[in-house]
Design a binder for this molecule. Sequence first.
Ligand SMILES: *[C@@H]1O[C@H](CO)[C@@H](O)[C@H](O)[C@H]1NC(C)=O
Length: 150
Amino acid sequence: MRKSMLFFGFLLVFLGLALPGTQGKRIPRCDLVKILRRHGFEGFVGKTVADWVCLVKHESNYNTAAFNNNGPSRDYGIFQINSKYWCNDGKTRESKNVCRINCSKFRDDNIEDDIRCAKQIATRARGLTPWVAWRKYCNGKPLSSYVNGC
Ligand SMILES: *[C@@H]1O[C@H](CO)[C@@H](O)[C@H](O)[C@H]1NC(C)=O
C-alpha cells in the first residue's frame, strides 16, 4: 500500500514536470527574434533586437512563466516586469500599476501584453536601463550571437 502510493506520488511529480502549459513555455531564441522584429523592436528606443534577446536570456532564460520574489515586490514573465511600478499583483504596497494589468497575465504563454508593457517601460526610461540584467550582461557587450542564424 505504502509503496504503491509512493510510486504514484513520483509518477504525479514526473507528469507535472513533463506536462507543457502548466509551467509556461520556453520560447526558442529564433522564434523570439522573429516576434520582436515583427513588433518593431529593431531600433526602438535606439536599441537592437539583439539587446532585447540578451535581456530576455538573462532575465528569464526565455521562460514565459518566470517569477521572482524580491521581497517588497515581485518580477513576472519573460521580461521580469516588476509589480512595484508596472503591474498589480494585489500584494505590493503602493504599486503604480503603470501598465494597468494583473501581473499574473505576464506569466501565461501569450506575450503580447508583456511586449506592450515592456515597450512602455523602455519608452519611459528612453532605453533598457530599468533591467538590471541588461545593464550587467548586455550593455556594451558583443550581442550578435543572440540573433545569429535567425
Ligand atoms: C490576478 O489574476 C489571478 C488569476 O486569475 C487572480 O487569482 C488574482 O486575484 C488577480 N489579482 C488581482 C490583483 O486582481
